[in-house]
Design a protein around this ligand. Structure first.
Ligand code: GAR
Length: 205
């Protein structure tokens, strides 16, 4: 399956997926067709270029409505004919216009154990709440915020001497592993969805 990746920033999750693909460790992925950013200054863009991956920058103009921006997004990626879109630190919420075009074919990585700590800065939300365990989640994207069916989750335990930064870094390390696993599962079609539950053909325990 051909895969496109959306980013907004550093792009370490995107790099992890691309690295695994280039090292032939991502079963089911035929090509990483592009990395698209909604920010020109996203450091991930240079990293993608250095790996030889096609990059696209598409900024939302001030006067543009979300619907118009999303129509432009769809048009920009249409020629690549990707089967899966991966949101890897893409910080825009996609609306119905976009989701209809990619129904059931978008996944997102989120740095908490959903449904806890939705939205931005989930790691700090969890840290400040004082949780013993947080982690990361890869889920299908639907029209609700961080709310689509969960594909994979990985817990990360907080240590007594963790700071917000060290906790965040250990979660990110697990994100890199989890996202690649999820991309491969979805591309191979190694799952089925029963209601909200994603049944994996090979149970991840
Ligand atoms: C990651 O921690 C990702 O889970 C988070 O943004 C970071 C991007 O880092 N995404 C969200 O919070 C989405 N709600 P990266 O650019 O280095 O991959």
């Amino acid at each position: 399956m051909k895969v496109g990746i959306f980013i907004s920033g550093t792009g370490t999750n995107m790099v992890a997926v691309c690295r695994n693909f280039l090292d032939r460790k991502l079963d089911g992925v035929e090509e990483i067709s592009f990395v698209l950013s909604d920010k020109r200054s996203a450091p991930g863009l240079e990293k993608a270029e250095a790996m030889g991956i096609k990059t696209i920058v598409l900024l939302k103009r001030k006067e543009q409505t979300r619907e118009d921006y999303e129509a432009e997004l769809l048009k920009a990626i249409e020629p690549y004919d990707v089967g899966l879109l991966v949101l890897a630190g893409f910080m825009k919420v996609l609306g119905n216009r976009f989701l209809e075009g990619f129904c059931g074919r978008i996944i997102n990585i989120h740095p908490s154990l959903l449904p806890s700590f939705k939205g931005v800065n989930a790691q700090s939300q969890a840290f400040e709440y004082g949780v013993k365990v947080s982690g990361c989640t890869v889920h299908f994207v639907d029209s609700t915020l961080d709310g689509g069916p969960i594909i994979l989750q990985q817990p990360v335990f907080r240590k007594n001497d963790d700071t917000d930064d060290t906790f965040r870094a250990r979660i990110l390390e697990q994100e890199h592993i989890l996202l690649s696993k999820a991309v491969s599962i979805v591309c191979k079609g190694d799952y089925k969805i029963c209601g909200r539950y994603v049944v994996l053909n090979q149970e991840e325990l």
